[in-house]
Every structure is written in C-alpha cells, then in structure tokens.
Design a protein around this ligand. Structure first.
Ligand code: NDP
Ligand code: MG
Ligand code: MG
Length: 333
C-alpha cells in the first residue's frame, strides 16, 4: 500500500526563511499561492502582464513580476504553467536564473519525466500535485480542509527536499486530506494513461459510438443524447460517492443485469490489449514525443480535430437540449 503523510508528518518550518515563486497564476497557481500565503509562507508571483490572470494576482494583493525576476528572487520555484509551454519557458526564462540549492517544483511530472526540463546539477526537483482543480484546492483550504496531494522526489534529490515538499503540501492544505508518496514516472504515466484510456479518450469515444448507434438505427437524436451522454452524470456521481458497488446498488436491477452481461462485450480482451499498447507507448515516451512535435509544428492535427469534434451530432443536439435544462450552468466553447 502507498505511504501517506498527514499533518504531523510535515513541518512548515522547512519553508521558513525561503521565498517561494509561483510561476503562472492560473488554476493551480492562484490557489497554491494564496494557500501558501495564508499559511505564513513568503510567496512571490511570476506572471506575464496583459492578461486576466495578471489582474487577478494584483486583485489578490500580490505584485506579480516577470518569470525571470521571480525565479531569481526565490529559493523554491514552482512551475505552474501549461504543460506544453513549460519546456520553452524553462529554457528561456527559468534555467538562466536558477542558483545552486534552489528547488524546482511542479504539479505534474510530464516535462521533467520526459526530459523537457533538465535542471543543472545542484538543483533538486520535487512534485507536489493536488488531486483536484485549483478552485477546489482554494475553497477546501478556506473551509479548513484540503485536497489530497501526491508527492514525488526527483532523481538524486536530498531528504531535505522531501521535507520542503511535505511542508509545501501542508501549506496548501494537502496534509489535511493526506499526501500520497509516488515517483515522477508513476505520476506522469498513470495520469496520461487515465486520461487517454478511461477519463477522456475512453469516455468520449464510448459516448459518441453509443449515440451514433442509436441514431443510425432510426432513434431520435434527442433520446440518444439523454441515454448516452446526459445520464452519465448520474452514474459518475454515484461512482464518485460509493464506487461501482454503490452505483450498481442504486440503479435498477435491470440496469445492473445489463451491466454484467453487456459490459464485457463492449470492453473486450482486444480493448484491454490495446490499453496495454497505449501504456507501453506512454512508458517509452512515444506519446510525449508525438505531443511535443505536434506543438512544435503549430498543433495542426490537434486544432483540426478539435474543430471537427465540435461538430459531431451529439454536440449539435446537446447545445439545444441543455438550454431546456435551466438548472444547468451552461458552458459553451
Ligand atoms: P492554467 O492554464 O490554468 O494557467 C496557466 C498559467 O500560465 C496562466 O497564468 C497563464 O498566464 C500562464 N501562461 C500560459 N502560457 C504562458 C506562456 N507561454 N508564458 C508565460 N506564461 C504562460 O494552468 P493549470 O493551473 O491548469 O496547470 C498548471 C500545472 O498544474 C500543469 O502542470 C498542470 O498539469 C498541473 N495541474 C493542473 C490541475 C488542474 O486541475 N488544472 C490539477 C493538477 C495539476 P496567461 O493568463 O498570461 O496566459
Ligand atoms: Mg493529465
Ligand atoms: Mg435508462
């Protein structure tokens, strides 16, 4: 079983006298920075001007500076920029300003694990990753709780860096929920696998295929939307609260029987073999290489696919149907 750290395993004094730079005032940046400050830490913000996030940092009482300046002024530097820009920003604005003894942090291991960020000797790397979006990291902390976190030490990092990581996790509220020990490899590879195979790739294709099957068989797209997309939320809420057993307890016996007899015909040995292939590609860095070169080329496949996917039938019908459900806080992109 995993090693889990709680409040008494972490000591805020390991951050005493150290300046923490939060680079990027987005989802994670705004939450972690404010929690750190409320926990008594010395926090500065590296955020480019001319954006809503810059104004937000100012309205929260920070004096944002450039990424170069913030890196220079800090002992602990947390890179909370979008993963696909971190490599370039690191080389241009962070690396030239690092000093021996600095600790370089992140909330997702992609760039460090796949070699897009390679800090020089004398700089330890450390991951503290909240298992939730920034707004929850902030709101739970304000309520006196905290979102559980992961912690991982980079290769060759000192024991004192782990103490800094635990103190950091405590300062953002993580040890109130629990901090699970992992490695950069495990965090990065399982994160990519989960989003590709189950959460995003798997679910999107499952919804589309189910919707298409009903519509092609002559059923009304409105019906197909409700059965194959809308009701997913009910199921996911049950899973979130009580796992598969509680979901199956809560649905009808007919639905539960159908789950057992038809589910294994949809996710077959062949599907699982493909999952293993995807995992291998992630582990060998093939996925990372493709995603990095896609971005270098201006993301043509990514942008074209995004456009195409927005026009899928389930999306067209959904836009209209969601307007009928006034309690839904409707989002459009
Ligand atoms: P966001 O997209 O919310 O914020 C990104 C920040 O980076 C913004 O302040 C943005 O500023 C700035 N930024 C974007 N591009 C550049 C650039 N080219 N140069 C300088 N600054 C730039 O990011 P997240 O908070 O979602 O993600 C940050 C990290 O946290 C990632 O590693 C992610 O994987 C990880 N993470 C995210 C979670 C989440 O729920 N969101 C959960 C756990 C981990 P501007 O407004 O100027 O564009
Ligand atoms: Mg991810
Ligand atoms: Mg039904």
């Amino acid at each position: 079983a995993a090693t889990i750290y709680y409040e008494n395993d972490a000591d805020l004094s390991h951050l005493k006298g150290k300046t923490v730079a939060i680079l990027g005032y987005g989802s994670q940046g705004h939450a972690q920075a404010q929690n750190l400050r409320d926990s008594g830490c010395d926090v500065i913000i590296g955020q480019r001007p001319g954006s809503a996030n810059y104004d937000l940092a100012v309205s929260h009482g920070f004096k944002p500076m450039s990424i170069d300046e913030a890196t220079k002024a800090a002992d602990v530097i947390n890179v909370l920029l979008p993963d696909e820009v971190q490599g370039d920003v690191y080389r241009q604005q962070i690396e030239p300003n690092l000093k021996p003894g600095n600790v370089l942090m992140c909330s997702h291991g992609f760039n460090i694990h796949f070699g897009q960020i390679e800090p020089p000797k004398g700089i330890d790397t450390l991951l503290v990753a909240p298992k939730g979006p920034g707004h929850l990291v902030r709101s739970e902390y304000e309520k006196g709780g905290g979102v559980p976190c992961l912690i991982a030490l980079g290769e060759g990092a000192a024991e004192s860096t782990k103490q800094i990581g635990l103190a950091y996790a405590k300062a953002i509220g993580g040890t109130r929920g629990g901090v699970i020990e992992t490695t950069f490899a495990e965090e990065t590879e399982t994160d990519l696998f989960g989003e590709q195979v189950v959460l995003c790739g798997g679910v999107s294709e499952l919804v589309k295929a189910g919707f298409e099957t009903l519509v092609e068989a002559g059923y009304q797209p409105e019906m197909a939307y409700f059965e194959c997309m809308h009701e997913l939320k009910l199921i996911v809420d049950l899973l979130y609260e009580g796992g598969l057993s509680y979901m199956r307890y809560s649905i009808s016996n007919t639905a539960e029987y159908g789950d057992y007899v038809s589910g294994p015909r949809i996710i077959t040995d062949e599907t699982k073999a493909e999952m293993k292939k995807i995992l291998t590609e992630i582990q060998h860095g093939e996925f990372a290489r493709k995603w990095i070169s896609e971005n270098r080329a201006g993301a043509p496949f990514f942008k074209a696919t995004r456009r195409l996917e927005r026009e899928h039938g389930v999306e067209q019908i959904g836009r209209g149907l969601r307007r009928m459900m006034t309690w839904i806080d409707e989002k459009e992109v």
